[in-house]
Design a protein around this ligand. Structure first.
Ligand SMILES: O=C(CO)[C@H](O)[C@H](O)COP(=O)(O)O
Length: 145
């Protein structure tokens, strides 16, 4: 299992905690930064994560910014990337079960660190249900057929 992670300045503290959490589980992590808390532009650090997922260089991605929206919007510009903005365990579970999300977007300014780590754990431990959801996910790239 390989996970690519990236964040802006609002997500730096959470990123390091998530990275440690993953590495303690024996998961290989590619960290695209930023590793600083000085102001940066989130696309510079989120596109590399989405690139990894798009190209198959990572199984999953985790992206973090203040609201989670800029990161998710950026990642979803990439082919084959399904980035889900999540703020509870239940939303995270559904993002995997129903949407086959392959990138988790965490809003660092709106969830606690324990909540964020719980979402990461849920994201890793939940499988896509397929079935009717597969038909819907298949229609995402090109719209209705
Ligand atoms: O959430 C974000 C993008 O969606 C950013 O983290 C947020 O916009 C950064 O704001 P500021 O420059 O005021 O720290």
């Amino acid at each position: 299992m390989k996970i690519s992670i990236g964040n802006d300045h609002a997500g730096t503290v959470y990123k390091f905690a998530v990275k440690e959490f993953l590495e303690e589980m024996g998961i290989a992590v590619t960290n695209h930064g930023t590793d600083a808390e000085s102001s940066v532009d989130y696309p510079d650090f989120i596109h590399p994560v989405a690139d990894d997922v798009e190209k198959g260089d990572a199984d999953l991605g985790i992206i973090i910014c203040g609201s989670g929206n800029g990161a998710a919007i950026t990642a979803n510009k990439h082919q084959g990337v399904r980035a889900a903005l999540c703020w509870t365990r239940e939303i995270t579970q559904l993002a995997r079960e129903h949407n086959n999300a392959n990138v988790l977007s965490i809003p660092a300014r709106f969830v606690s660190l324990p909540q964020a780590l719980d979402m990461v754990k849920t994201f890793l431990n939940t499988r896509f249900e397929g079935g009717r959801h597969q038909n819907r996910v298949d229609k995402i790239p090109t719209g209705c057929s």
